[in-house]
Design a protein around this ligand. Sequence first.
Ligand code: NAD
Length: 277
Amino acid sequence: MKIGVIGAGVMGKGVAQRFAQYGQEVVLYDIAPKVLDTAREDIKKSLKIASMFNKAIDVEGIISNIKVTSGYDELKDMDFIIENVNEDIKIKETVYRDLEKVCKEECIYMVNTSCIPITLIGSYTNRADKVIGVHFMNPVPMKNFAEVIKGCKTSKETIESIRSLLKGAGIEIEVVNDSAGFVSNRLSHLFMNEAAALVYEGVATAEQIDNVFKKAFGHKMGPLETADLIGVDTVLDSLKVLYDHYEDSKYRACPLMKQMVYAGFTGRKAGKGFYNY
Ligand SMILES: NC(=O)c1ccc[n+]([C@@H]2O[C@H](COP(=O)([O-])OP(=O)(O)OC[C@H]3O[C@@H](n4cnc5c(N)ncnc54)[C@H](O)[C@@H]3O)[C@@H](O)[C@H]2O)c1
């Protein structure tokens, strides 16, 4: 199987690594030359760390399964596309319209999105039956679960194809119907947003909030640690998608998150978010 991974940010690199580790040929594309320059090295670093815990990981062999490209032409033979560009409807629309010009008819588009409705993405293509949401969990090389979203027109064959592809990469799935934010993020974005509001109002510190959440409810991570891991900018983009879609004030983003994004405090990837790294 040939897999094209679009977007080499937090998720795209993780997805490329995961499938390469499971023996698939991956072509990784990003629009930003700076991102592409470091993508292979970043993945190599991540594999080297993983190999310290698992001697069976062949870093050089795995990395040789990943080809990095800055040209769409390389995507024409792909069986699957896994798209991981920013959580922005306009950016995703441009990508799908461009993919339609190069990808073969049988190619399945897997949309990695936090909140954007899959039926909407399908409408940007002439293959809505072959468009499916796959909400991977971060960090992808370590998380063995993905939430799969069936758009209104997604076919049974498409679901079965990606079920088998993901199973082959050690990923268990739960298939749900289309709804902006799906199951996981309709829930998680409410608690991350409310946790940010608690910091904003001075009710408690980030550490205290996360500690209460973990100790009280038995979660492994608190909401603000999670926001930093995802990227505060991505959480904010997702809240905007939810707010625009449902026109419901419960998804209105906490102003503190906007300030943090203006200041570049976007979480782990920036070295600073609700915590310092
Ligand atoms: N970060 C998470 O924890 C997480 C978890 C699940 C799903 N997601 C979703 O995955 C997607 C990607 O998120 P991320 O955290 O990796 O974002 P990111 O900001 O780390 O990376 C996005 C990448 O897309 C690239 N890009 C932008 N426009 C492009 C284009 N036209 N063509 C090709 N590449 C382009 C950017 O250069 C960047 O490298 C989003 O839709 C997000 O909601 C994120």
